[in-house]
Ligand binder design. Structure first.
Ligand SMILES: NC(=O)c1ccc[n+]([C@@H]2O[C@H](COP(=O)([O-])OP(=O)(O)OC[C@H]3O[C@@H](n4cnc5c(N)ncnc54)[C@H](O)[C@@H]3O)[C@@H](O)[C@H]2O)c1
Length: 261
């Protein structure tokens, strides 16, 4: 999809990857850029700097998200791209999900933001897209949705589910004009991983949000399902698929090495 002249909505657009997506999308001259975030001030800041429109909304509140998306459709006549990017991570200690951070609250909150918000968003925008015979739904999952997450069972589990949902809507609505992509980066320099000041910039593999946004615009341009800013994720996924047990042993070794640091 060429974003020029399109109506684009980004959730979690007030910070990190979502903020970088908004800035990069703005450079493509969309008709409208709509920035949604729980943190309304940040949504307003990003909207003001990108010529967009801001809404403060909790994407886990289906009625509230539906009302915001309906308001956008009323103002601009349609939504061409919904980018469900808002997400959270709850990280556990060495005990894994048996430790205090692996409680039901961590799973339920992560499920609500990382999965159900994608369901609510798609449910709100798909009827209009299907009526027009075109539309694009993109979500930010993670490489953790393909390769799991050492240190967070709730994150690894919900990000797999996010990819499963995206695959399902691609299968179900793809032949009616709906394009679907999932963005699956490894580490990105944002507050989610406690690094916004470039303190780990030299560390292997950490990308800037801007680099991820650039890769995403290219991925949307070519309408690829999997958008992988870290190209090695494709190789790791292929190795996992070709020998699951060997992959698990490698991950166990990797986990031990991280826990010993
Ligand atoms: N940073 C990484 O290393 C990394 C790697 C892979 C995937 N991701 C994913 O990228 C996405 C963006 O994360 P980020 O790293 O930019 O983190 P971030 O914390 O900087 O940004 C997340 C944004 O989502 C918003 N948000 C959270 N819960 C919300 C809710 N209920 N309703 C509305 N907005 C909400 C936050 O206010 C924040 O602005 C997430 O889905 C995350 O899981 C991050």
């Amino acid at each position: 999809m060429d974003l020029k002249g399109k109506v684009v909505v980004v959730t979690g657009g007030g910070n990190g990857i979502g903020e970088a997506l908004c800035r990069r999308f703005a450079a493509e001259a969309p008709e409208a850029l709509v920035v949604l975030d729980l943190e309304q001030e940040n949504a307003e800041r990003v909207a003001a700097e990108t010529g967009g429109l801001a809404y403060g909304v909790d994407v886990t509140d289906e009625a509230a998200l539906k009302a915001v998306l309906a308001d956008v459709e009323t103002r601009f006549g349609r939504i061409d791209l919904l980018f469900s990017n808002a997400g959270i991570g709850v990280f556990e200690g060495p005990e894994g999900f048996l430790g205090p951070e692996g409680n039901n609250d961590a799973f339920e909150k992560s499920w609500a933001v990382n999965v159900m918000a994608h369901v609510y968003g798609a449910r709100a925008v798909l009827p209009g897209m299907l009526a027009r015979g075109e539309g694009y739904i993109c979500s930010t999952a993670s490489a953790a949705g393909l390769l799991n997450q050492i240190g967070s069972a709730s994150y690894g589990t919900t990000k797999h589910a996010a990819i499963g949902f995206a695959e399902n809507i691609a299968i179900t609505y793809g032949d009616r004009g709906i394009k679907v992509s999932v963005l699956c980066p490894q580490a990105v320099r944002t507050r989610m991983i406690g690094d916004t000041d470039g303190g780990s910039a030299g560390q292997d593999g950490i990308l800037s949000p801007e680099a991820v946004a650039e890769c995403t615009v290219q991925g949307i341009g070519s309408e690829k399902f999997l958008i992988l800013p870290h190209e090695e994720v494709l190789i790791y996924s292929q190795r996992k698929a070709s020998d699951y047990d060997r992959w698990l042993q490698g991950m166990q070794r990797f986990r031990r090495s991280l826990m010993e640091q």
